[in-house]
Design a protein around this ligand. Sequence first.
Ligand code: CMP
Length: 242
Amino acid sequence: MNLPSVAPGQPLTSDLGEAMEFIRNVPIFSEIEASELAKIVRVGVRKKYKKGSIILLEEETGAALFVIISGKVKIVRTDDDGREVILSILGENDFFGEMSILDGLARSASVVAITKTELFMIHRRDFLKLLQDVPAVAVSLLKELTMRLRKADAQIKSLSLKDAAGRVANVILQLADDIGTIRKGRVEIDELPLQQDLANMAGTSRETISRVVHMFIKKNHLELQGNKLIINDYEKFKSLYT
Ligand code: CMP
């Protein structure tokens, strides 16, 4: 991991209309009236991070919420030996940093840029006020948090009850939900994380990841093209292994 490399904050863009258009596309802000939207755009700042930069550190005090304008980040937790597990990968229009803002506790995980990343940052006080003023934002936020809880439940089930094939399949399906794109009816994961990352996510070894992925390829569920993994029939794969 590189040290944080943050460009000084700057307004989202000099063009208010363009900035509002961006914010409007962020699901948690999609229900807001134009006047409220303009307020958010005015109080938020844009920040740029290089690939590999640490954006948030687990255990730090939280003072802001971030929306991803472009790029991808990984949400990770580490142990005392420096081993890390990826909890989720977030991309454009996703948000993070809401947990410590809402409960006032320390950051629950670290957030690291896995590509060049541009963020829109809203200070705690402004975000909390927005939640009080615009109930639709609070409802959208709850919806997203519920979805994250469902995913975490699926991870717990998989790690506790499934065999190696089920655990690896669950990780692949999670990555497909997080960063996959649908092309010609198939789901493609363009930048597959390292085998060690997949192993930590599935609670298994690199050797098992390699063995199980090749078994899935042999059964025609998956295809590997360089660093790109393709799920041939997402629904069928999901129904067979989760
Ligand atoms: P916060 O605890 O403030 O800082 C770390 C952020 O990582 C956290 O808020 C959430 O936004 C995000 N995060 C933590 N756990 C998960 C998860 N399981 N899935 C997606 N995002 C998460």
